[in-house]
Write a protein that binds this ligand. Sequence first.
Ligand SMILES: Cc1cc2nc3c(=O)[nH]c(=O)nc-3n(C[C@H](O)[C@H](O)[C@H](O)COP(=O)(O)O)c2cc1C
Length: 384
Amino acid sequence: MSTPVNIAGLRQHAQRRLPRMFFDYIDGGAFSEATLRCNEVDFDALALRPQILRDVSRRDLSVSVLGQKQSLPLILGPVGFAGMFWKEGEVAANRAAAAAGIPFCLSTMSICPVKRVSASAERPVWFQSYILRDRGLSKALLDRAAACGVTVVVVTVDTAVSGLREKDVANGFRLASRLGPRAMLDLARHPSWCWQIAGRGMPLLGNFPAETGATLMSQSQRITANIDPALTWADLAELRTNWPGKLIVKGIMTADDAERALDVGADAIVVSNHGGRQLDGAPSTISVLRRIVERVAGRAEVLLDGGIRRGSQVVKALALGADAVLLGRAYAFGLAAEGEAGVSRAIEMIATEIDITLALMGFNSVAELRAAGLDAFEKTEGRP
Ligand SMILES: Cc1cc2nc3c(=O)[nH]c(=O)nc-3n(C[C@H](O)[C@H](O)[C@H](O)COP(=O)(O)O)c2cc1C
């Protein structure tokens, strides 16, 4: 297979290396995958405005998020089971993020525990959490994260119930507490993956106690079922009162919900539809960003994820007012393809594309791009 030159290439390598059920778990979306598709496609409707002869020799891609400078407008977002894509995958991703000077957000559903991941690089990790029915377990997770130096918590709020991904259903992924014969055959067809990941038995979720299950699948089923469908804004307000660090609310898709998140005291929000993995039929994140940014009006930081595979997409999100974007599948493919080197490669690919795109648009920095706002777009039908 040829050396990957873009995220699509990393995806192909990931597909080849991973057992099908793990590749499909990364790649798939809910039901008809309409939202998954429009997350990417809707970027294409926006045309960027080229500007020439403007001295773009001093380019700077750095931004500041939650008071911390970072070298690129990128964050590695929470991706569950990353340690099943590569041995110690969460450590690999964290190291790649730290080397690139950007934050890494660890998923609650990680294989490596937060203690091990946070000790693996100098830069503090962010920690993603759900509010569980078992509030004691939720609190224990946050306490442990805080004890490991975490000061930024990302609370995911778009999972009142779990979205149904039909590829996962077909593969029997997470639906049974033990793997069936088809899944076992799938694993057996990938001996190098088995050797690396499951050589000494299947790993477990690292942040949960043994009582949550004896196998990865049973643990995962139990925790997913423990996400509280009765949650309301009052629960988020309570978490805000009890969490002394920064709070990011992930999964906001309307200006009204953004307003409520600010009322509760969020320091930042993530405009996200969970990468098209939850509500199929929801709009793309890029199509709702502008309205949300206008309502937030600088009172909190606005991040975005969903469909980012190219630097030009990052540029479009920044021009529409996002402070930075989260990568999901883009780095998960890199991780599955080549471990830490693959995550670094994914970040580098997108960074290079942002750099070239900015220069050809006549901008030296993200600040200049953001100041241009809607003027960064060509006045075509696609102009927002
Ligand atoms: C394999 C996979 C696992 C994910 N696990 C989590 C998770 O544990 N917690 C969470 O808040 N979001 C999770 N997400 C959603 C991502 O954080 C992010 O919102 C989404 O991937 C962005 O879309 P993109 O992958 O198209 O960039 C996951 C996404 C993927 C692809």
